[in-house]
Design a protein around this ligand. Structure first.
Ligand SMILES: *Cc1c(COP(=O)(O)O)cnc(C)c1O
Length: 350
């Protein structure tokens, strides 16, 4: 605490990201992709004319928005880009959710959402998951100033099919529904095709997970022109240039290499399912996952003891010390070798 901080800053509870350790650990705690991004990026970086950096980048990021529009079958005017989807989400909260009625979100979801609410003084209400740890979409029917959820959800891994979200959108027409698709590349069903029918649907996405570019910081949102215009109003009141020239070129090269992206995601999915079988054979309960992580618990070992046992063996996973979740571990899917080491370490601990 400092006397120099604004009162509102003193009251904040910032998000704490998973640890980025200095030691050489097997890192399965922040859902990074274990495979490198498209090899085409090397050439783009080598060919980059460094002299261009004396100029500001395009404030509209048109080339990147065109590439994303092509990838997702929409118009560039329906695409917004930002410095990671975390930034895009923050701008969306400010653009759409500062409302008299409460924002609705799942009680268990991305823990950044309540942090943005505190930052922007947004009144919110959480909705319990059902008894299978799935988001109960029906519970969002209450009067609201907006709805936000991750689909597939984190850290639970379950995703709803497009049709279920369409049914929700039939009922919620007066507020914005923000669907965070950070993990959709690992077996989820994107709701982007629904934006043609629902002007209040905003879909957030990222190149961090499926496209192995967490270090680049490129995220986006897709929605109706009026929603994108709302986001641009906030962005242009905050930072005109969230996407730098290098990030734009690297992101475009990644979007143009569909086959590398697909192959990496398929490999992650195959490794996930093999790991699931191995963990289930060791009596773990493993929630169904359409993501690049598994959410697991063991009937005879606490989450905290498994976490520290793995840590002692050089493996870092994520443990949430929150009500209802403390029995679980969230384990990101690494390479086959890394997951082999994880399974061996767990066998030793059990
Ligand atoms: C990782 C993650 C993000 C943030 O992605 P960035 O684009 O790297 O900022 C957003 N939402 C969820 C649910 C995530 O897990």
């Amino acid at each position: 605490m400092s006397q120099f901080w604004s009162p509102a800053v003193r009251a904040l509870t910032p998000y704490v990201p998973g640890e980025q350790p200095r030691e050489r650990l097997i890192k399965l705690n922040t859902n990074e992709n274990p495979y490198p991004p498209s090899p085409a990026i090397e050439q783009v970086l080598q060919a980059f004319a460094v002299g261009h950096l004396r100029r500001y980048p395009d404030p509209e990021s048109l080339a990147l928005r065109e590439a994303l529009a092509k990838t997702h079958g929409v118009e560039p005017e329906q695409v917004f880009v930002g410095n990671g989807s975390d930034e895009v989400l923050a701008l969306a909260f400010q653009a759409f959710f500062c409302q008299p009625k409460p924002l609705l979100m799942p009680a268990i979801s991305y823990s950044f959402y309540p942090v943005y609410c505190k930052l922007y003084d947004i009144h919110y209400r959480t909705v319990a998951l059902d008894d299978r740890w799935q988001i109960a979409l029906k519970a969002f029917d209450a009067d609201n100033g907006g709805v936000v959820f991750a689909n597939p959800n984190a850290p639970t891994g379950h995703g709803h099919p497009r049709q279920a979200v369409a049914q929700l959108l039939e009922r919620i027409i007066e507020s914005v529904v923000l669907v965070d698709e950070a993990y959709v590349d690992f077996g989820g069903e994107s709701v982007v095709p629904l934006i043609a029918d629902y002007p209040n649907l905003l879909v957030a996405g990222t190149l961090s997970k499926g496209r192995s570019l967490a270090g680049l910081r490129v995220g986006y949102a897709i929605g109706s022109r009026e929603l994108i215009e709302g986001l641009e109003r906030v962005k242009n009141s905050f930072n005109s240039y969230p996407i730098d020239m290098l990030a734009s070129e690297v992101a475009i090269a990644s979007l143009e290499d569909e086959s590398h992206f697909k192959a990496c995601c398929e490999q992650v999915i195959a490794t996930r399912e093999r790991t699931r079988q191995q963990l289930e054979a060791m009596a773990f309960e493993v929630l169904p996952s359409q993501t690049n992580f598994l959410f697991v618990r063991h009937p005879r070992h606490s989450g905290a003891s498994l976490f520290s046992g793995l840590r002692e063996r050089g493996i870092l996973v994520r443990h949430f010390n929150k009500d209802g979740l403390s029995d679980f571990l969230r384990i990101s899917i690494g390479t086959d070798d890394e997951m082999g080491s994880l399974v061996e370490a767990l066998q030793a601990i059990l």
